[in-house]
Design a protein around this ligand. Structure first.
Ligand code: DAK
Length: 258
């Protein structure tokens, strides 16, 4: 697929990067952008060379939300027919760990897209918000659910009901982001974190990611059982034998992803 709204590249070995690139509209997430994102995530996810993905926008905007110009005349039926949710779901199902590198505006769907990722590295200029209430609607891609789980009811209610964004520092204090770094280094920081994640045993990474995410959708008992089965499953991999042998032999493990 030829991309017009995003760019993909490999900033480091084993790290795939996706850049949102609609600078005229602060990277607003158009239907075409979502189609391209699904394609790019799927391509990286099925490439065994890629072990971690970084998603970012520009210094000014990660993404200022879904493209409002595509929603002004929409009806309930057109929204249902577009079935955008299915595309968001496809991105959420990415098995490879994903890091959002967020600078500037992460609003509405932009904030929701960052929250679909597994970790968030924020620049000190980042702003996270769910301003949908200001345009007569409400969050529709996780802003009432993932945000509440991340920052708690009090702050989520305030953000969703006032539409006011929070700063990167507030997001850090609230547990929404992993770290905040000066804007000139935020991408480097995200690449470095991605490189660290990418250096681990890939099947273990994927199953560990899947297990952590399971905790959001199930009871503790079922989640523990799920975790245990994934743990046992890893004993069928060459990488488990290699990782433990390397520890005993005091050498660096050579992962095969098998
Ligand atoms: N959509 C379309 N265009 C946008 C945009 C957006 N979300 N945000 C900004 N732009 C455009 C502006 O119209 C402007 O275009 P021109 O006038 O130059 O042609 C250009 O980007 C620059 O924006 P401003 O001139 O407004 O720049 P400022 O620095 O003055 O202000 C701002 C920046 C981010 C504060 C402001 O642009 C703003 O408030 N933007 C809208 C933010 C917003 O309300 N976002 C939430 C949108 S609703 C779902 C999935 C997702 C969603 C829902 C459902 N399903 C799966 C079901 C998501 C919904 C949303 O995100």
């Amino acid at each position: 697929m030829t991309y017009t709204c995003i760019e993909t590249y490999m900033p480091r070995p084993r790290v795939g990067a996706i850049k949102l690139h609609r600078p005229d509209v602060l990277n607003a997430l158009s239907l075409q952008t979502m189609i391209e994102l699904v394609d790019a995530f799927s391509a990286f996810d099925s490439d065994p060379e890629i072990r971690c993905i970084v998603l970012h926008g520009s210094e000014k905007a990660f993404a200022a939300g879904a493209d409002i110009s595509e929603m002004t005349d929409a009806t309930t039926v057109t929204m249902l027919e577009r079935d955008q949710f299915a595309r968001w779901e496809r991105i959420r199902q990415t098995k490879t760990p994903v890091i959002a590198a967020v600078s500037g505006y992460a609003l509405g769907g932009g904030c929701e897209l960052a929250m679909v990722c597994d970790m968030i590295v924020a620049s000190d200029t980042a702003q996270f918000g769910q301003p949908e209430i200001n345009i007569g609607v409400m969050p529709g891609a996780g802003g009432t659910q993932r945000l509440t789980r991340a920052v708690g009811k009090a702050l989520a209610m305030e953000m969703v009901l006032t539409g006011r964004p929070i700063s990167a520092q507030q997001a850090l204090q609230a547990g929404l982001v992993n770290r905040v770094v000066p804007v000139q280094w935020y991408l480097e920081e995200a690449y470095a974190l991605a490189e660290e994640v990418a250096s681990k045993a890939p099947i273990a990474s994927r199953l560990a990611k899947e297990s952590v995410l399971k905790s959001f959708s199930t009871t503790l008992e079922v989640g523990m059982e799920f975790e245990r089965k994934n743990f046992y499953l890893l004993f069928a991999t060459d990488d488990q034998k290699e990782g433990m042998a390397a520890f005993i032999e005091k050498r660096k493990a050579q992962w095969k992803g098998k």
